[in-house]
Design a protein around this ligand. Sequence first.
Ligand SMILES: Cc1ncc(COP(=O)(O)O)c(C=O)c1O
Length: 449
Amino acid sequence: MTTDHRIADSTLTNDRRHVFHSWSAQAQINPVAIAGAEGSWMWDFDGNRYLDFSSQLINVNLGHQHPKLVAAIQEAAGRLCTVAPIHADADRSEAARLIAEVAPDALEKVFFTNGGAEATENAMRMARLHTGRQKVLAMYRSYHGSTSGSISATGDPRRWPSEPSVPGVVHFMGPYLYRSSFHATTESEECERALAHLDEVVMFEGAHTIAAVILEPVVGTNGILVPPPRYLRGVRDLCDRHGIVLIADEVMAGFGRCGEWFSIQRWDVAPDLICFAKGVNSGYVPLGGVIVSDEIAATFDDRVYPGGLTYSGHALACASAVASINIFREEDVLGRARALGDAVGPALAKIAAKHPVVGEVRGLGAFWAIELVRSRETREMLVPYNASGADAKPMRDLLAACRERGVWPFTHFNRLHVTPPLTTSLADLELGLGRIDDALTVVDRYVTD
Ligand SMILES: Cc1ncc(COP(=O)(O)O)c(C=O)c1O
């Protein structure tokens, strides 16, 4: 047995014996041992190479093992590995300055966390303390993290096992023209009606009881739902009318994924709080945070902010964020994400034209969904909402077909997401999309009309 295979065996043996995996029935999973990764590729110990079209968990925005990012972490580790949050630290200060610089005006302060859930948790806490109100409005078809507050705000089935959840969250429907809850047939109807619905929810809940609206400006895991052009402006105006804090959860959509620093900037809307994580440093070291408006920050000038974390603003994580933002600028990563979007859109349209199982393709930047249906006529989903077991077989077949062909996409419910690193070359993009095109033939046979 080669050394590589011995490492693979011990990795898998110890994983199965000792690692308790997230979101899984422990006995029913069969993880692949990853031997290495570089750029947009990863490989296992048997020499199988995969195009990482899920960017792991849609976080490795700069690709794997970016040399400048690795070097920055190594350099920082040699200098000073950790500094408690009560002290000032050069990397933390610089990371906060750079993050504030790329955020909309009048959001100048950063509260650092270890990841996305802690970011949304703290943003909701800030909004409640700032307004003195309790309720938070959140969308159905959303994910905000798996701590108690963030899972309560989540609008998908991952919340159900944690119920009864933290009181005070009310869910509303966002815009989604392909499956309109408002019987809309155009983007502008969908926009208008989704805003009217939110207005009504605010009226019925009592505006004076609502601290915040939290939303993903471009919904991620729950469908890559790009809002109609005027929707976010409408939500901003509604929040302004009622003194409600607008929280943009940019954990997945931010840091270049949509071709902007923060996706909401595409519509020229400024929220009061921005939650970030993932792409801020491509997950090389855990990091997240909340960018805080001057007005909310001022609430805590002479009043203690009752929240903190031992690793808030961790030195290595912040050093990697500094390096990451500099790489974004030096390598025009936002431009590259937009160029990927320009290439993915037409390529997916061609794929849709070929495969009857494709109901809709949508997205922007390096953030795309292929929505799969049994019938284009009825739009019946290829697998039911939240399918598992035998019901989910078509999507398992598709994922297996992709992996056999050397591409590793992200799948959720009846969708396949194309979310490669923003640094993916156009040649690799074409290669990966070709493999997905080929894999889709496996599920065309489920089409009923
Ligand atoms: C929009 C959004 N918010 C929050 C989170 C939670 O982030 P984390 O897993 O880092 O806690 C995620 C994770 O996927 C996310 O997509």
